[in-house]
Ligand binder design. Structure first.
Ligand code: GLU
Length: 296
């Protein structure tokens, strides 16, 4: 049987302008898709309704076209698929793998401050969120239902212990693909480092982890090529894939473009935004040369 055609994707969030780091990711995806005879998709990850803006989306599309990138299908916009994510959340909930969390940011911050007062530091997940400060897992079903019926805002957390049990004993992990050699290395997943991670936000029935894994599967993505800053998230992604019966693509987490001080680029720093560089007269060819080995 013929190998299925590889599918790559570039999945920016429209909460700022694309910078050199995004250009590196998009160009690397494009060059690998070309090398493997694959397709390249664009996905707009705009579930963060507070920070996503249509003008940033329009700028992303324009900047990618300026770089010379073409995508194989119209972009998938996550905000148009909330019902799918809600259904996925409900299904995990029916299986007892989630619970509603009514904590406010202020309550969590106060509990952590209290616990850290004696000079201890409280454990955090890879995103820096404090772990194990939410007492909501212990609420009775009647309490949960009553508070939800009363309209109290709540996030949805993955009940990690139950999720790991449901995941079963088969090894859990992913292939970290090395495009240079076309070899792969197995990485064992350790999702517990995330604790009872939020998989549904208070404002929308999804989180990055839920939506990204749902869409990668739905769009038939076979190769996820993204920055090394998202590597930790893969530990959660493979667990969600296992729980939901979704395929696990291969992953390549590429090196990041750093600023002169060795820090990761940020959307709030305008100097490396593609628009600023373009306004200064930098050409797409010069961007490619500047990114050099990162996109080869
Ligand atoms: N939307 C995410 C971001 O812009 C990237 C998601 C991914 O590549 O998995 O950081």
């Amino acid at each position: 049987m013929a190998e299925p055609q590889p599918v790559f994707r570039f999945a920016p969030s429209p909460n700022g302008y694309l910078h050199l780091g995004h250009a590196a990711s998009a160009l690397l995806n494009a060059s690998l898709a070309k090398r493997l005879g694959g397709r390249l998709l664009l996905r707009i990850e705009d579930i963060d309704i507070g920070r996503s803006r249509p003008e940033f989306e329009a700028a992303i599309v324009e900047d990618l076209a300026w770089l010379g990138l073409r995508f194989d299908e119209p972009a998938r916009r996550q905000s148009e698929h909330m019902a799918e994510y809600a259904a996925a959340l409900q299904e995990l909930g029916r299986r007892g793998l989630t619970y509603p969390c009514f904590c406010t940011r202020g309550e969590i911050a106060a509990r952590v401050a209290e616990a850290e007062a004696p000079g201890r530091s409280w454990p955090r997940d890879p995103d820096g969120a404090p772990m194990g400060v939410c007492p909501c897992a212990g609420l009775s079903l009647a309490d949960r239902q009553g508070r939800i019926r009363a309209g109290e805002p709540h996030a949805t957390r993955l009940a990690m212990a139950a999720a790991l049990e449901a995941a079963g004993d088969a090894p859990l992990g992913w292939t970290e693909w090395d495009p240079a050699s076309d070899g792969g290395r197995h990485v064992e997943a350790d999702p517990a480092r995330w604790g009872d991670v939020v998989i549904g936000r208070k404002d929308v029935p999804a989180s990055y982890h839920l939506a990204v894994t749902h869409d990668d599967a739905l769009q038939g993505v076979t190769h996820v090529v993204r920055g090394a800053d998202l590597r930790e998230a893969t530990h959660i992604h493979v667990l969600l894939q296992r729980l939901r019966g979704l395929p696990t693509p291969v992953y390549h987490h590429h090196g990041l473009v750093l600023d002169a001080d060795g820090r990761k680029l940020s959307k709030s720093i305008r100097s490396t935004a593609l628009r600023s560089l373009r306004a200064e007269g930098v050409t797409p060819g010069e961007i490619r040369r500047r990114l050099g080995a990162l996109i080869a």
